[in-house]
Design a protein around this ligand. Structure first.
Ligand code: 3PG
Length: 306
């Protein structure tokens, strides 16, 4: 009997676990659950005898992948797979997949929520501002950004986007494309970041673009902390005292934010973008089905280490 592991330091909603287990039960697989683990050793022990794993932001580095002697597939229930060492997986003949788009509405709603919280001065009682009529700049145009666009447009915002690979898709829905990242940052009242922590995006939000932000603007980050050049962001916020940073990812220099920028930032206590029952169900069930389709039909759609 195939053994499948769900390894989630941040667990799925119980309803999602229940429905995932039904999919595996129907396929005749045995499900093992490792939730809220605190020690890496627990993960090393859990992967040792399974053929597949469903994970979230759980770190699958070389050591974990090597420990999974029978592992054939790891599915990251979500979009970003920067937590998986793809080279080590490939060397070990382990297929890695993600579940693109499945949790994107949840993350988009959080991005809008963070923007509103910033605009409303953290609900402190100080007069804030409204989304309607303001310009929202989308840095990137993947599944999450497209959902943010849908919501922002309904709120009466002007929306512009900077994208290198999806210009056609943006133009097709009448979305204005900024000519450069600098142009996007300069024109926006709120910038929402939607690029992965890969390649050229790492530390791409640096002084070069940040210096174009208007004083009084809001930077929203529901992507990854790695896309921000943190010293440059601190410098930019020192120079422009009206800028706020609203993030689903706590920066490494959190203490510096606390000391220097009271009332100008908010970090969710735990990465919360995809933490809704709906997103857990969408991404979790997609991951489970992808594992069954892989074993039963050799389907490798959504493989990210081809
Ligand atoms: C993703 O990449 O899908 C999101 O960042 C969600 O991550 P999580 O599953 O760890 O909440």
């Amino acid at each position: 009997m195939r053994k499948i592991l769900i390894a989630t330091e941040k667990p799925f909603a119980p309803v999602a676990v229940k429905k995932i287990s039904k999919i595996f039960e129907k396929a005749g697989y045995e499900l093992q659950l490792l939730e809220k683990y605190t020690e890496k050793q627990e993960l090393l022990d859990a992967v040792a005898n399974v053929e597949a794993a469903i994970i979230r932001s759980d770190k699958f580095d070389k050591e974990v992948l090597n420990a999974g002697k029978n592992l054939k597939i790891v599915v990251r229930a979500g979009a970003g797979y920067d937590n998986v060492d793809l080279d080590a997986a490939t060397v070990n003949n382990i297929v890695v997949m993600n579940t693109p788009g499945q949790n994107s509405n949840a993350v988009a709603e959080l991005a809008i929520g963070l923007a509103i919280m910033g605009l409303r001065e953290m609900y402190s009682g100080k007069p804030g501002g409204e989304m309607r009529g303001r310009t929202l700049g989308l840095h990137g145009f993947g599944y999450v950004a497209r959902n943010v666009f849908r919501i922002a447009r309904a709120m009466g915002m002007k929306v512009i986007v900077y994208t290198r690979y999806s210009k056609g898709a943006a133009a097709a829905i009448g979305l204005k494309v900024a000519k450069s990242l600098e142009d996007l940052y300069e024109k926006s009242d709120i910038v929402s970041i939607h690029v992965p922590a890969r390649g050229e995006h790492i530390k791409s939000v640096s002084s070069e673009v940040l210096c174009h932000l208007k004083d009084g603007s809001i930077l929203v980050n529901t992507a990854r902390k790695e896309v921000i050049n943190e010293p440059d962001l601190v410098k930019c916020m020192e120079e422009k005292p009206g800028i706020k940073y609203m993030s689903d990812l706590t920066p490494d220099c959190e203490a510096e934010f606390e000391e220097k920028f009271p009332g100008r930032f908010f970090f969710t206590p735990k990465k919360a973008g995809a933490q809704t029952a709906e997103a857990n169900l969408n991404a979790g069930l997609a991951a489970a089905q992808q594992i069954v389709d892989f074993f039963e039909n050799g389907d490798n759609t959504h493989q990210v280490n081809k």
